[in-house]
Design a protein around this ligand. Sequence first.
Ligand SMILES: Nc1ncnc2c1ncn2[C@@H]1O[C@H](COP(=O)(O)OP(=O)(O)OP(=O)(O)O)[C@@H](O)[C@H]1O
Ligand SMILES: [Mg+2]
Length: 434
Amino acid sequence: MWGTRPRHSGLGILLLGVTAALLMAWLRLSHVLFGIVAGFTAASLAVFAITRNGWRQTSPQSLTSRGIFPDSGQAFGGMDPGLRREIGPIIPAAVTRRTSGARTRRPAPSPAWRPEGAAAATARATAAATARATRGGQTRRRNETLQPDATITLSGERLAAGIDGLFASLDSELIGLVPVKKKVEEIGSLLLVDRARQRFGLSASRPNLHMCFTGAPGTGKTTVALMMADLLHRLGYLEKGHLVHAMRDDLVGEYIGHTAPKTKQVLGRAMGGVLFIDEAYTLYRAEDSKDYGQECLDILMQVMENERDKLVVILAGYKDRMDHFFECNPGMSSRIAHHLDFAEYEVGELLAIGGLMLDRSSYYLSAEAVAAFRDHLALRMKEPRFANARSVRNELESARLRHAYRLAADPERHWSKDDLMRLEPPDILPARDR
Ligand SMILES: Nc1ncnc2c1ncn2[C@@H]1O[C@H](COP(=O)(O)OP(=O)(O)OP(=O)(O)O)[C@@H](O)[C@H]1O
Ligand SMILES: [Mg+2]
């Protein structure tokens, strides 16, 4: 504000002087000469005005006030990229070097004119840009072929793929299933080593990943299939990593021309993920030569071969029935690379599974209730429709119901937090078993 006043008064004095000189010339000179002097003066004034405006626009104060910092090299950095390319070669090397690192070193503008929240936004944008650059850099670095004398660690590869957490939950969230967990670790290791080999430029065909999960109901097949889909996605073998669950009715039609569209629709939904076919042995009916299941199997086998880099098929079912299915369908058998057998749980494992389920919903069994539940499970296991961990879950759901009913039956009594969490033998055992 103070700087503009002297500048304006100087301009006024100059204009006054010029006007006075022109008046004198009008009185003293002939018309021709006056015309020449007036024209010359007007031209001089115009040149002065243009030069002065241009100087003001590029003065250090003006640049700084518009957010351009000549010292930091921003004057070049903020330049139109095309123009920068044009004049790049003539910018001295020292200036160019300064420009490239200028943005981070530029002092922050005064908070007085900064809008509210801009600091946070700038910080976020900078953090995002840095993260993007880091991620981009890591991807670039990972995509670069390593030198033959370079080394990698498989723990580093696991970390980069983000599968440590997945293996940890496989271990902590699933009781028992030791051979299954080992097999999943083996498949994970195979893919990890495959990825590491690719980083050295070692070519190999994509491993066959179609699988068969055999076991009785409720032994964890679907749960492990979901984890497998996630694992294959994280390791880059599946684009989406989702799981589509299908049974015979979803795949096989009831009349001519019905099966192919049905099967193809399910396959289309599963592309990029896992197609999990439960009770897969039902797709083949030896006794019925006209069954449309064979048409479905033919399409499946073709897609499993041709689209193996886009889709993983997991067939599931009872072990004896799946063995028979493979005997009758050698084409399908040869397409399955990994067989995982889910054994039925021991009573101790079922108790531990129950404990885990209760813990997740903030319940627990009293010492007497543990004994009662063990005895009850030992009996239930012998029943034909017992479904392992699923039956445990159902039993505990019923126990919760009975616990709630027991508490509600005494509405005036004061129940503590522990009372609301603890299940007792009467909650575990149905009335007829007590
Ligand atoms: N080992 C285990 N540890 C903890 N929970 C388990 C275990 N196995 C199964 N479960 C739980 O039991 C329930 C049933 O498991 P899941 O559906 O995976 O079994 P399934 O073998 O697919 O059964 P089905 O053949 O009847 O489809 C799920 O809630 C699952 O989390
Ligand atoms: Mg299942």
